[in-house]
Design a protein around this ligand. Structure first.
Ligand SMILES: [Zn+2]
Length: 203
């Protein structure tokens, strides 16, 4: 899933690419014998596979993926994982607890440590059993994926995360915006790189 963005500096500006070019795109010197002012390194990929993060809160775009389809935080879908890496999500199809390839490129908001896992699964089971998570009661704006996850987190009683979950705005400001804005830098870099090489010239 990681497209493998490489960053280096040779004679000045930062250069981003998927594979190291033969010569520097700025000064055209052969890079085989070159002195880099910043040695090539892999830019950290910010996304995760939900199944590899038990007892976590995760977000992804409602449709498509972050790298190609994400525009702004209005189209986010939120879910939680169980201790065995299944995703529990509430949407127009109702509540589902499943393994899904749609959660292979998401952002991790928070993951609970091992001692919490049993309690996490119990509370998740209890909240999932509430009858209000049915497709008939689902409303895109008022009774949606966030309603389910925030209800779960408040019931869980897990420190700052549960405190913030009492108010959607506070939760977004503290847990979502910081993750999406840092991932946004990676996303815009990836999109610029569709043409091969991107030279970041500072004006
Ligand atoms: Zn150069």
């Amino acid at each position: 899933m990681d497209p493998g963005i490489i960053c280096f500096q040779h004679c000045g500006p930062k250069v981003f690419c998927f594979t190291l070019p033969e010569s520097c795109p700025t000064c055209h010197q052969d890079l085989n014998a070159a002195d880099f002012s910043l040695l090539p390194f892999r830019v950290p990929y910010p996304f995760i596979k939900a199944s590899q993060y038990p007892c976590a809160v995760v977000i992804k775009p409602t449709t498509g993926d972050f790298l190609n389809d994400y525009h702004n935080s209005k189209d986010l879908h939120i879910g939680v994982t169980t201790s065995d890496g299944r995703v529990v999500e509430f949407d127009r199809q109702g509540l589902r607890n499943h393994r899904s390839a749609h959660w292979n490129q998401c952002l991790l908001l928070e993951q609970a440590p091992g001692p919490w896992w049993e309690h996490w699964d119990e509370v998740l089971g209890a909240v999932s059993a509430q009858t209000c998570w049915s497709p008939e009661i689902y409303r895109e704006d008022t009774h949606n994926c966030f309603s389910f996850v925030l209800t779960f987190l408040v019931t869980l009683g897990y420190g700052k995360l549960s405190g913030a979950a009492k108010c959607k705005t506070v939760f977004c400001e503290n847990f979502i915006i910081p993750r999406t804005s840092s991932a946004g830098k990676y996303i815009s870099l990836y999109r610029r790189l569709k043409n091969g090489v991107y030279v970041h010239r500072i004006q």
